[in-house]
Design a protein around this ligand. Sequence first.
Ligand SMILES: NC(=O)c1ccc[n+]([C@@H]2O[C@H](COP(=O)([O-])OP(=O)(O)OC[C@H]3O[C@@H](n4cnc5c(N)ncnc54)[C@H](O)[C@@H]3O)[C@@H](O)[C@H]2O)c1
Length: 248
Amino acid sequence: MTNRFENKVAVVTGGCRGIGKSIVLKLASEGARVYALDFKIPDENEVFIEDSEIAKSVKCLQADVTNMQSIDKCFDTIIADAGRVDILVNNAGITRDNLLLRMTEQEWDAVLDTNLKGAFICTKVVSKIMISQRSGRIINIGSVVGSIGNAGQSNYSASKAGLIGFSKSIARELASRKILVNVVAPGYVRSPMTDSLTDEQKKAFIDNIPLKRIAEPEDIANAVAFLASDESSYITGQIIHVNGGLFM
Ligand SMILES: NC(=O)c1ccc[n+]([C@@H]2O[C@H](COP(=O)([O-])OP(=O)(O)OC[C@H]3O[C@@H](n4cnc5c(N)ncnc54)[C@H](O)[C@@H]3O)[C@@H](O)[C@H]2O)c1
């Protein structure tokens, strides 16, 4: 185990399953104290992290990223507990896929609220903390479809494209305070979000990927860890695509 994140405090939204959980494990395994914010947190009897050493560094907090009060409360708890926040990963995201003519206003709003407004709320709250620290890393989890679009995902693609414009604007606003803001844009990743696809849909995806496999959540976590580390101190306002060559 390396200690790239010793003495660092990280917050990962949607951190209790899928890609978010993998990011939590990666940062904690390299020394960070990590807060996983999620709608649905594991109950007391559930073994959330098997490695008991890593588990000691992770706390799950119930939160709704679409609700400013809920997020304010979480960050108050984190500051009272840990005193600082060095890394924010805006990972919480949902899909409500439908073709445009069938898409309801509710499906549109739910996806934009969670994926885009959620990142705005968490970034706004954490930026006050990071500005006073004069340092910080904000990493937003986008998607390849934010760059190339996808039939049936106009709401999701719009939210992820919006996240790119948001991230670049914030990167410019916060650069003078040494706060770096970047996007990691996954392609197709093995996770509960994609488990519901049929084998036929999965095969169609893989056929289009030059590396001929889907990503493991760890592939995404590795890119996030790089952007959270001292090794990326001259990188801001960028998108790192982690998609096996699907989009170049
Ligand atoms: N899985 C993929 O193939 C893929 C591809 C590209 C991008 N992404 C992005 O990666 C991120 C994680 O995806 P995943 O596949 O792990 O999804 P997932 O559905 O497995 O996990 C998402 C987590 O976010 C939480 N969440 C949802 N709404 C929330 C809210 N309002 N407040 C707090 N927590 C909330 C959920 O409870 C869940 O734990 C998302 O932003 C997603 O858009 C995923």
